[in-house]
Write a protein that binds this ligand. Structure first.
Ligand SMILES: [Cu+2]
Length: 153
């Protein structure tokens, strides 16, 4: 029992000290630009009567001749990135769906384009704390995410 308590105490110390000791780390975040899709037929589920928000980020296809309807959306995955202020952050974004995604990270004046089949790499120092939106210039309003930079100190 004492040994177990000691190891728990050690684990807690490491966890509690993580943000301060980890600041300034090199972080690589792997992401994808994807288009999840779903669909069914009107004999199983009626076609939705409520429209989705305007923009190319959402698509609701009306039933075809066989009664099949489909829904899809464009997403960044993950769409929330959490780093510590001072970290050197590298985003490696693979384009899986969609020909291209011109992206911007607000507050950091960073722009990059993700193309299908290519890995786009963006490296920056997260020197400003706060919550910064990043988004695709084409697939709105869904292809939006947050860069969350936790303040150091
Ligand atoms: Cu896009």
């Amino acid at each position: 029992m004492p040994a177990m308590m000691l190891s728990l105490a050690a684990a807690f110390t490491v966890t509690a000290a993580y943000p301060a000791e980890a600041a300034g780390m090199k972080r690589t975040i792997t992401m994808v630009a994807v288009e999840p899709k779903g669909g069914t037929t009107v004999d199983k589920e009626p076609f939705p009567t409520t429209a989705l928000p305007e923009g190319k980020g959402y698509e609701l296809k009306a039933p075809n001749a066989e009664g099949r309807w489909e829904v899809s959306t464009y997403r960044w995955e993950p769409s929330q990135i959490i780093v510590n202020q001072g970290d050197e952050v590298t985003l490696e974004v693979l384009g899986v769906n969609g020909a291209e995604h011109p992206a911007v990270i607000d507050g950091y004046d960073i722009t990059f384009t993700v193309k299908r089949g290519q890995l786009s790499t963006v490296t920056f120092t997260a020197d400003k704390a706060g919550v910064f939106e990043f988004r695709c210039g084409i697939h709105q309003p869904s292809m939006t995410g947050e860069l969350i930079v936790l303040p150091s100190g």
